[in-house]
Design a protein around this ligand. Structure first.
Ligand code: GDP
Ligand code: GDP
Length: 439
């Protein structure tokens, strides 16, 4: 029996969109079983690296009984009985409604674990729109855009934490592998690099068919003895031989890999530099909340090394401010030179990405920031910021509380994010800033 995830929430918050987004192309069965009231959508798919069954309760709300709460409750109760995990979706754009609150109160009393999902947070709405959702008392909301695909990596992480482990390696033990993705355009040198890495390390499992699906697991120990696992990608799944598979790896496969990894190695062809395609992948990694390390490959073939490096730094500064300080490791996958520096950089980025700053230390920094530059007025009124917390890492997430905090202008947010990154030395790591207005 597969673990079952049910998607709950009032009408129009985006349950169906999220269902489709989660199931993606990997949809196996869409079963329109005529339910008591209306069709129910059900699918089997792979979510967060697990085979799961997904139930969508959209549509059920429109049926019988009197109040909207009553209707949702009846249909949700039935679905919840089958569920191992519930995704409770709210619409961060429209804000919380009494129905959301009533539903949350009821949901808190059920025994099924709940992940709170704040949907429609794309674009300017960013994480900010998600704060209100804290009030529901269902823990930290995961901000996503089902329509645009933002935040799905973080949702996958949250889901992964709640599902029973599929195999031994995934259990929460110190030997849990670091999940690594190698992304980049075709011919950047991804497969050559992987072979170079594997040549230098002790390979634990080779490319071989998985147990449940024809998935591929490549796992090895790095020089510190820590386990590293190359995340399974759609591109890899189809092929038995990893060299071939990676060679063919498309942008789509890179995108899929980003959702399941913790750290992404973005392989650049140094002769081409960082172009639009690479920027797109890096930004996507940032949106997914992944730490990124750049492997500046084919360094052996570069004649003007200082010039190449300078041009890359210029592009990174100008076009990738959200991953400021991203580590760059020049190397040659082909000759092996510099490859030994890559995994230490990955480990370091992983460390930053995982790091939580104690509240006291965080607030000493926060106060210094406020003293240096007090927050500006908003519509003639003072924004008073009170304190900061860091409820989670992976990626580092800072929540700032204060009066009208949510009105903080973009440049002040950037000031805080960049200040945080510098103070706590987290180069190249996405940093989430959330603002919560208090009264
Ligand atoms: P359901 O009734 O909860 O299943 O909601 P739907 O998935 O049918 O979505 C309701 C409406 O919200 C549709 O018009 C969607 O296009 C829209 N929607 C869903 N997700 C998003 C999102 O992430 N951002 C925005 N802006 N709109 C969304
Ligand atoms: P992928 O499509 O990203 O997996 O790229 P491949 O690993 O297949 O490499 C593409 C081409 O670049 C091949 O012809 C490789 O031999 C070449 N290549 C890979 N790494 C290097 C390198 O470090 N230096 C040079 N000069 N060529 C390389």
């Amino acid at each position: 029996m597969l673990p079952t995830i049910v998607i709950l929430g009032r009408p129009n918050v985006g349950k169906s969109s999220l269902f489709n987004r989660l199931v993606g192309r990997k949809i196996a069965i869409v079963d329109n079983t005529p339910g008591v009231t209306r069709d129910r959508k059900e699918a089997e798919g792979r979510v967060a690296g697990r085979d799961v069954r997904l139930l969508d309760t959209a549509g059920l709300e429109e049926a019988a009984p009197e109040t909207i709460q009553g209707r949702m409750r009846a249909s949700s109760e039935a679905a919840l009985r089958e569920a191992d995990l519930a995704l409770f979706v709210v619409d961060a754009r429209s804000g919380l409604t009494p129905a959301d609150r009533a539903f949350a109160t009821w949901l808190r009393r059920q025994s099924v674990p709940v992940i709170l999902v704040a949907n429609k947070t794309e674009g300017r709405f960013g994480g900010q729109a998600a704060f209100e959702a804290y009030e529901l008392g269902l823990g930290d909301p995961v901000a996503v855009s089902a329509e645009h695909g933002d935040g799905m990596g973080e949702l996958h992480d949250a889901i992964r934490e709640h599902l029973p482990a599929e195999d031994e390696d995934d259990k929460e033990d110190p030997d849990r592998p670091l999940r690594l993705a190698i992304i980049g355009r075709p011919n950047a040198g991804k497969s050559t690099l992987l072979n170079a890495l594997l040549g230098q390390e002790r390979m634990i499992t080779g490319p071989e068919p998985g147990l449940t699906r024809d998935s591929v697991a490549v796992e090895w120990r790095d020089e510190t003895g820590a386990l590293v696992r190359l995340v399974d990608t759609a591109g890899l799944r189809k092929k038995a031989r990893i060299e071939q598979a990676l060679e063919k790896m498309s942008a789509a496969a890179s995108i899929a890999a980003l959702k399941e990894c913790e750290v992404a190695i973005l392989v650049l062809d140094a002769l081409l530099g960082m172009e639009e395609q690479e920027l797109r992948l890096a930004r996507l990694a940032e949106r997914e909340g992944r730490a990124v390390v750049i492997a500046l490959n084919k360094w052996d073939a570069v004649e003007d090394r200082p010039g190449t490096r300078r041009r890359l730094d210029d592009v990174l500064t100008a076009s990738l401010a959200q991953l400021r300080g991203i580590p760059v490791v020049p190397l040659s996958a082909q000759t092996g030179r510099g490859v030994e520096k890559l995994m230490p950089a990955v480990r370091e980025a992983y460390g930053h990405w995982n790091r939580r700053i104690p509240t006291g230390e965080l607030n000493r920094w926060f106060e210094a920031m406020l003293t240096r530059h007090p927050p500006p007025l908003s519509e003639g009124r003072r924004i008073k910021l009170r304190y900061a917390t860091m409820p989670k890492a992976r990626p580092p997430t800072v929540v700032v509380f204060g009066t009208r905090a949510e009105q903080l202008p973009e440049d002040y947010r950037r000031y805080l994010v960049n200040g945080f990154r510098e103070a706590f030395a987290m180069p190249g790591v996405p940093i989430r800033l959330q603002l919560r207005g208090t009264t």
